[in-house]
Design a protein around this ligand. Sequence first.
Ligand code: ATP
Ligand code: MG
Length: 208
Amino acid sequence: TDHIASVHRRRRLGVMGGTFDPIHHGHLVAASEVASRFHLDEVVFVPTGQPWQKSHRDVTPPEDRYLMTVIATASNPQFSVSRADIDRPGQTYTTDTLRELRQQHPDADLFFITGADALGQILTWRDAGELFALAHFIGVTRPGHPLTDPGLPDGGVSLVEVPALAISSTDCRDRVAAGEPVWYLVPDGVVRYINKRELYRTPPVQTS
Ligand code: ATP
Ligand code: MG
């Protein structure tokens, strides 16, 4: 019966959504820690298409963000990258992402991983109620953002402390624009890709 149980065990699939502009070690340590604590079989990183919250700034082309995410995760057998959001036309909504992943992985339970800052905004997302039927939500600690349950449905969300890395993509972009190093904030291959493609060279234009 052990054999039968293992054959029928549902896979546990982590989902790490983000703009990843660029991906950094804060994203990677969060995914790794949650995978370990929640016994996930795999974590799929899903770079957003055009993120509706960030339409005020020019986001780096999806293909560059996708490739940086692949470079950063390629050596980890538990990590993979999905093109679901960048290949879907229009703006990215997490309900669409989760519905698509459920169709692709009917045998899996989904665990959506999100930082403390994003967790607080979830209730403002489109179809917020449906989100919790599609996946279990895991909020992770992030320096500078208090981790509290912002009134999410009972049992729909877990809060997890992960090693604190005070790194943000915004800071990485600003550093490159200012000629400061991003070594050790992002994986080496991502530093090299940023240089090769000359990303983030110009300071962001303030539009608001
Ligand atoms: P930006 O500054 O452009 O918003 P970011 O660093 O916040 O970039 P995102 O791509 O927006 O990165 O984040 C994707 C997910 O990773 C979000 O859920 C976010 O809360 C989480 N996250 C980002 N950085 C960290 C970090 N240092 N520690 C824990 N979680 C993080
Ligand atoms: Mg962010």
